[in-house]
Design a protein around this ligand. Structure first.
Ligand code: ANZ
Ligand code: ZN
Length: 818
């Protein structure tokens, strides 16, 4: 029977793989194979697998399976990011425990992953919501706490009114909650933070290790998010105040052009210095501003607003009195929360100056029209004017000079500023990792001793989990009230849980030995397996998970627990699977169900369609692809393998086979190898399709199914196809007479001798007579052919001195007129 029945193959081979277990990574220290660590961003168990999973994991599997075929010792683990809000919301709705929903979904996904044929080492399996996992999340939190890298502070935070919890800056996208898209508001709260800002420089500088391996887009998103800028801090004396006020500026060269001074209305300084006469107006303004998000405040289209504070600052270089205003376009938590305003050269300052009739003074002559008249600030380079000792200098020279001057007088210095803020990690929700801290009236914040970890979640379910603005844990009185670990007095547990991004910041280290009991991960094994050679996942994590895990890795490096500073050597961001040009959504009704696609076309056809659709980074529009055509191709490929298998047995000497067929086979092998290594998987599939057609032709109208070259080609096809269509490949391989799994068959090697291109004969004439014949490549250039002809001994025998004329007709003729 040579009929291709994908569903029957799936049943058969899924069972066989369980027995054969071909993807178990070897932990044997005597194993001398080179290691490769292939990691997919782990799944959130929100339901069954969807088309997005199918694509991302399918692409990662091409890499993992290729490495196995190449003979590396490959670690390709699987686990679940299983804490999080959806489980909690489902539990509230069904009056259940979040764990019930979560673990049921994990089982569903696990079964689907097995059916989908991803080459996981299933022994690595972990779930971040298991107490045996989160014990170590807590342990790591405590180590960060000891190092001063986890701390609590009060301040304005982002609050999602829908999810009833605070959010990290990274989780606020365009002023909205990254998860539920509700408008985020600001709230004054005391919360836990990780001091990621202490690593800002290293997070930036270490990016050179990632260049070439990571998409440039992600690197630049991280660069912008960290937002390091160079400039100066300048101290301004405020009339009637002892302490000077410092401002941060990237343009200290424009100091002579500063005509007013602006303070953030929500900064303590504004309330402190406002004059009595202006206080009422200021308070009213501050109340208005409190309602705005940072995005609104920084928007350049927004009409400029502000109030005069009735006070003056003194420009340190020319002694000028500058009125001090409060305006919302200056943020309280950036730089020092106050600025010198240079309207001629900064657009926001210019808009403000024009709105309130403040003076505009040009200090850099850029050759463009006067900003005071045009309303367009000139930020470019030019010669300094109206600037005393800086006159005539360029922007860069002036920056250097003014910093020297200020430094000499002790009123300024070079400074660096960052956009990055510390990572807010507390969440007022239930289904997360409890923060292992006890609050004691006498001792303050007391860490839970390591031997008392894990601090497990209390048993709450249903209504008890409903959001109420404080963590549901606070209502579990038995759980909250504990003896202080330090003094034994009455104390309370911290009732917040950690951001789930904490759980996912270190999981890739635990995979090397998920049952490890002596610490969060086996340090020795991480030395053996780390860092991750290839990471695959969505670009939506560019400044969330990918920044946080880089930070964690650096801290762990400083703790001596890992010997690398970057966790992910290469990163692939797969595109999205869309339908009819739009992201799939319930409201559009354009969703495509993975299970239905698999039932209709088989796993292999779905996988192959995903890979063949285009470059891995591009979106796939499911309306433009044809899983039915993929299925037809697989049936054809299967048939040639089965026919060759029926006609011959393994072990024939391929060298005795048809030379033409062999050349085709080896050329395809060579190309597919290069294409897979350069991640051009779609083109690799196209080559496999060409090979299949060539083999069909060889069977039907060439040397026939029993020819050793046809067998050689079919075997290579089975191995190459195993990267994208594992079921058809296994069955084909078995039909070809091989008992073991094709997954570990070994990658075919292209023989150099068979890659030499066909040649053509070129005739070289001297004075109209044939003097030599050359074997050359059919696509030789005219110049190369001419050189070759003139180098021929036989030709040179008929020439004396420079020929008068050489006519080249590549590749067949060279005519020399002596
Ligand atoms: C004077 C000046 C003149 C400025 C000029 C720019 C151009 P980056 O590059 O993003 O770090 N700034 C400083 N603190 C601010 C705050 N709390 N809120 C809003 N704006 C603030 O931006 C640094 C520049 O942003 C600083 O340089 C300051 O304006 C402004 F021709 O100072 B500049
Ligand atoms: Zn105490």
């Amino acid at each position: 029977e040579q009929h291709y029945d994908p569903q029957a193959l799936q049943v058969k081979w899924e069972r066989r793989w369980e027995e054969l277990d071909p993807f178990r990574a070897s932990a044997d220290p005597a194993d001398t194979r080179e290691k490769r660590y292939m990691l997919d961003m782990f799944s959130y168990p929100s339901g069954d697998l969807h088309m997005g999973h199918a694509e991302a994991f399918g692409l990662g599997d091409v890499v993992a399976r290729y490495w196995v075929q190449k003979g590396y010792n490959v670690l390709h683990p699987i686990g679940w990011d299983s804490f999080g809000l959806p489980a909690e919301n489902a539990a509230i709705k069904r009056n259940a425990h979040p764990a019930e929903w979560t673990y049921a979904n994990i089982e569903t996904q696990a079964a689907s992953f097995r059916r989908y044929g991803i080459s996981f080492d299933w022994s690595t399996r972990l779930h971040t919501s298991d107490p045996e996992y989160y014990r170590w999340t807590q342990w790591l939190f405590l180590r960060f706490f000891e190092r001063g890298l986890a701390y609590r502070k009060g301040g304005l935070v982002n609050w999602c009114p829908n999810d009833q919890t605070v959010l990290a800056n990274e989780q606020v996208v365009g002023g909205k909650c990254e998860r539920c898209h509700a408008e985020v508001v600001r709230r004054e709260l005391t919360q836990w933070y990780f001091k990621i800002t202490e690593y800002a420089d290293r997070l930036l500088d270490d990016m050179h290790q990632l260049e070439g391996g990571w998409p440039e887009r992600v690197l630049s998103m991280q660069r912008n998010w960290i937002g390091r800028s160079q400039g100066a801090d300048v101290d301004f004396v405020i009339e009637g105040r002892d302490e000077p006020v410092t401002v941060y500026t990237t343009r200290p060269d424009t100091l002579y052009g500063a005509t007013f001074f602006v303070v953030a209305p929500d900064a303590a300084l504004a309330a402190e210095i406002v004059s009595d006469g202006q206080r009422a107006a200021f308070e009213a303004y501050r109340a208005e501003v409190a309602k705005l998000s940072d995005i609104d405040r920084l928007s350049t289209d927004k009409e400029k607003t502000g109030v005069f504070l009735g006070r003056y600052a003194i420009n340190p270089v020319n002694g000028e009195r500058m009125p001090i205003w409060a305006a919302d376009y200056v943020l309280s938590d950036y730089g020092h929360g106050a600025i010198m305003a240079v309207p001629a050269h900064d657009q926001r300052d210019l808009d403000f100056a024009r709105a309130f009739g403040l003076p505009v003074r040009v200090v850099v002559h850029t050759g463009l029209a006067d900003p005071g008249e045009t309303g367009v600030a000139t930020s470019g380079d030019g010669a300094l004017v109206n600037s005393g000792p800086l006159d005539g200098l360029s922007k860069t020279e002036a920056i250097q000079k003014i910093i020297e001057i200020l430094h000499g007088r002790g009123t300024g210095r070079a400074a660096v500023n960052y956009r990055l803020r510390d990572w807010l990690l507390s969440r007022q929700r239930f289904w997360g990792c409890p923060i292992p801290i006890v609050h004691c009236a006498d001792c303050g914040e007391v860490p839970v001793p390591d031997e008392q970890l894990p601090v497990t979640l209390p048993d709450l379910r249903g209504e008890a989990l409903a959001p109420k603005g404080v963590s549901p844990l606070a209502s579990a009185a038995d759980w909250v009230d504990v003896a202080c670990p330090k003094c034994g007095g009455a104390a309370r547990r911290d009732t917040d849980t950690m951001d789930t991004f904490v759980d996912s910041s270190w999981y890739y280290l635990r995979y090397v030995d998920p049952g490890h009991t002596g610490g969060p991960f086996d340090v020795e094994k991480v030395r053996q397996w780390g860092p991750i050679d290839q990471y695959v996942g969505g670009v939506e994590h560019a400044i969330l998970h990918l920044l946080y895990s880089r930070f964690f890795t650096k801290v762990l490096h400083d703790m001596g627990m890992v010997d690398f500073t970057e966790p992910f050597v290469r990163l692939l961001n797969q595109g999205q699977v869309i339908n009819q040009g739009k992201a799939m959504s319930k409201s559009l009704g354009n969703g495509v169900d993975l299970g239905q696609q698999i039932d209709a076309f088989g796993v292999d056809a779905v996988r192959l369609t995903m890979v063949f659709a285009g470059p891995p980074e591009d979106d796939i529009d499911w309306a433009d692809v044809s899983p039915a055509a993929s299925q037809k191709f697989l049936a054809r490929a299967f048939r040639v393998m089965a026919e060759a298998g029926a006609a011959s047995a393994p072990g024939a000497d391929a060298a005795t086979g048809d030379l033409g067929v062999r050349k085709t086979v080896h050329k395809v092998v060579d190309e597919v190898t290069k294409l897979v290594e350069s991640y051009r998987f779609n083109v690799a599939v196209a080559r496999m399709m060409e090979l299949t057609s060539a083999l069909r032709k060889a069977i039907d109208s060439g040397p026939g199914a029993a020819d050793p070259a046809v067998r050689e080609g079919c075997e290579a096809l089975a191995v190459m196809l195993s990267l994208v269509a594992p079921y058809a490949a296994e069955e084909g391989w078995e039909r070809l007479g091989h008992p073991a799994s094709v997954a570990t068959a070994g990658w075919p090697v292209a023989e150099a001798a068979l890659l030499v291109e066909e040649s053509v004969t070129c005739v070289v004439q001297v004075a109209g007579k044939v003097r030599d014949r050359l074997e050359v490549s059919p696509d030789i250039s005219e110049a190369d052919l001419k050189t070759l002809a003139l180098a021929s001994e036989r030709v040179r025998g008929f020439l004396s001195g420079e020929p008068r004329k050489i006519i080249v007709r590549a590749p067949k003729l060279v005519n020399i007129v002596p």
